[in-house]
Write a protein that binds this ligand. Structure first.
Ligand SMILES: *[C@@H]1O[C@H](CO)[C@@H](O)[C@H](O)[C@H]1NC(C)=O
Ligand SMILES: *[C@@H]1O[C@H](CO)[C@@H](O)[C@H](O)[C@H]1NC(C)=O
Ligand SMILES: *[C@@H]1O[C@H](CO)[C@@H](O)[C@H](O)[C@H]1NC(C)=O
Ligand SMILES: *[C@@H]1O[C@H](CO)[C@@H](O)[C@H](O)[C@H]1NC(C)=O
Ligand SMILES: *[C@@H]1O[C@H](CO)[C@@H](O)[C@H](O)[C@H]1NC(C)=O
Length: 514
């Protein structure tokens, strides 16, 4: 039985209050009428109380919490605590400081209350503050955090965002985390009615990749519940990734439209175009080049928005044209060799081949420098007739024909007799002729070499001016004197057919000379 629940003491209390004017020494408790808490998390019910001061200092206090059904939900002697609350309640206030705050951990769905506090002061008095009850609004899921960040941020400029959430458990506040790296700082603040607010402020530097992406703040509550709030970042940045786009290749003489593409926020509002000679009179995102040629210069564009500008790297158009056989293409003779060089300019490079009327000949050497292809053919003397250099690519083809000759027929004849003699030796004495052949070849070659070098260098070099004319009309052929020798030709055939006269362990010089 608790006498203070009767109206009499209460009435006396009121009269006494009225007389004294202050509640400093009356039976009063201060608790919020309602606090809200999250199921599974903890709650601290703030509570302070007062009692009429007596002469002697009170020595010992016992604080008890009741539910309105008179179930004990907290007692220092835990055996007296109602089963439902055993082990979950704790008096966190210091009674000597008139602090009767109660902690419930974890909070259950049915912990609604109302609850009230009772104080028992040894050798003094006891009182239940039944008029000051507190209810708990238990929620099953927390409210999402509130998140604030500027509407628009600039790239590489430090910005601060803040995320806050209220809770009822100061010992284990929810943990706030961010989706973006940065420097967070956390503050906690007590609100009224047993609520606390924890705020995380994130200082970060947005990058271009953050544009149109969510900044997320997540609150993880004790008990495992998480809630999040996000905001889309609008990151302003100057044009990047500026490129000149268009066809990858174009035919010479065609016109071509190129576009300046870029990534920026906001979109680029104007453009500038340049080539190596200076600005071009175009300010739009596209430019049309009429009649492009292989000499059309590389160009680049600049995209501009309110945040700044960005420049592309230069684009050199890949202009395609059919093969042209260039000046310098020629055949030369020396004592025993004909060397032909064909210089072809074409885009794309395509193929360059040598051929006789009988069919194609394998090239000795192919060199490529950009659009220029240089193909060399080196053959033993003896097949002297018309040689074609055939060049073709996707755009067309070109042919230049060379007819090799020498002005010094006597000399050629002399050389040919020497070599013909050698052929006879080789053919008539097939197996045992190795040593003889070597001797013969040395004898016939040595005196001729120096003279022949000089003469053929003069006589057999095609006139470059003739070659130039030839490029324009690539179907015509150059007809100059040429010299044919069936024996020489036969000699050549023999060599080509897999060297039937080669001796095992024989000297390769035989063939090098022929
Ligand atoms: C009562 O105690 C609680 C727990 O220690 C504390 O958080 C609160 O601030 C105290 N209240 C007052 C009024 O001192
Ligand atoms: C932003 O992203 C959304 C989808 O994530 C997309 O639909 C939208 O076009 C984007 N806006 C801009 C301006 O990039
Ligand atoms: C294209 O260029 C060539 C060579 O410069 C010129 O002869 C021709 O007239 C030009 N064509 C046009 C349509 O401009
Ligand atoms: C090279 O061109 C000539 C002349 O146009 C032609 O007769 C010959 O067949 C061509 N050879 C090849 C391999 O294309
Ligand atoms: C070479 O060009 C001519 C004329 O353009 C064409 O008729 C011929 O078919 C072409 N030959 C090859 C092998 O491309």
């Amino acid at each position: 039985m608790r006498s203070e629940t009767l109206p009499w003491p209460f009435l006396i209390h009121c009269i006494w209050l009225g007389v004294m004017g202050v509640d400093a020494s009356s039976w009063t408790a201060d608790v919020p009428s309602s606090v809200s808490g999250l199921q599974g998390s903890c709650i601290v019910i703030p509570c302070s109380f007062n009692y009429p001061e007596s002469e002697e200092k009170p020595s010992e206090f016992t604080g008890i919490w009741f539910k309105d059904t008179n179930d004990v939900i907290y007692h220092p002697d835990s055996s007296k605590v109602f089963t439902d609350y055993k082990g979950r309640t704790e008096l966190v206030g210091d009674l000597r400081q008139k602090n009767c705050s109660l902690r419930i951990d974890p909070l259950h769905r049915n912990d609604k209350g109302p609850f009230y506090f009772r104080i028992e002061i040894e050798d003094h008095d006891k009182y239940s503050y039944i008029r000051d009850t507190v209810s708990i609004a238990v929620s099953s899921s927390p409210d999402p955090p509130s998140l604030s960040v500027r509407e628009e941020v600039k790239v590489e400029e430090e910005v601060s965002a803040s995320c806050s959430v209220s809770h009822s458990c100061p010992s284990d506040p929810p943990l706030l985390t961010w989706s973006h790296s940065g420097t967070p700082s956390v503050q906690s603040q007590q609100l009224t009615n047993g609520q606390w607010e924890v705020t995380s402020s994130l200082t970060f530097t947005p990058s271009i990749t953050d544009h149109n992406k969510s900044l997320v703040c997540t609150a993880a509550y004790m008990g495992g519940k998480t809630v999040k709030r996000s905001k889309i970042l609008n990151v302003k940045y100057a044009p990047v990734d500026v490129k000149v786009e268009g066809v990858s290749s174009v035919k010479e003489g065609d016109s071509v439209e190129l576009r300046c593409s870029s990534d920026s926020n906001p979109a680029a509002h104007s453009y500038r175009w340049h080539n190596s000679r200076g600005p071009l009179p175009t300010t739009g995102p596209t430019i049309t080049l009429e009649n492009v040629t292989r000499l059309t210069e590389a160009l680049f564009c600049t995209a501009i928005n309110i945040e700044g500008q960005g420049q592309s790297s230069p684009l050199k158009l890949n202009v395609e044209y059919p093969p042209e056989i260039k000046v310098g293409s020629a055949c030369t003779l020396d004592i025993s060799m004909v060397t032909c060089l064909c210089i072809v300019d074409s885009e794309p490079p395509g193929t360059v081949e040598w051929s006789l009327p009988a069919g194609p000949l394998p090239s000795t050497r192919v060199e490529r420098h950009g659009s220029v292809t240089m193909v060399t053919l080196q053959r033993a003397l003896g097949f002297l007739e018309t040689i074609h250099c055939n060049a073709s690519n996707t755009q067309g083809n070109a042919t230049l024909s060379f007819t090799v000759s020498t002005n010094d027929k006597m000399l050629m004849l002399y050389v040919s007799i020497g070599i013909a003699a050698l052929v006879v030796v080789v053919i008539l004495i097939p197996m045992s002729a190795c040593l003889l052949t070597k001797k013969g070849s040395r004898r016939s070659d040595q005196p001729v070499t120096s003279k022949q070098d000089v003469d053929t260098a003069k006589g057999a070099f095609l006139d470059p001016s003739t070659s130039r004319k030839e490029q324009k009309d690539s179907s015509s052929e150059i007809h100059t004197n040429y010299y044919t020798n069936d024996h020489l030709y036969g000699n050549m055939e023999a060599e080509e057919d897999g060297d039937p006269y080669e001796c095992v362990g024989g000297d390769d010089a035989v063939y090098a000379n022929s």
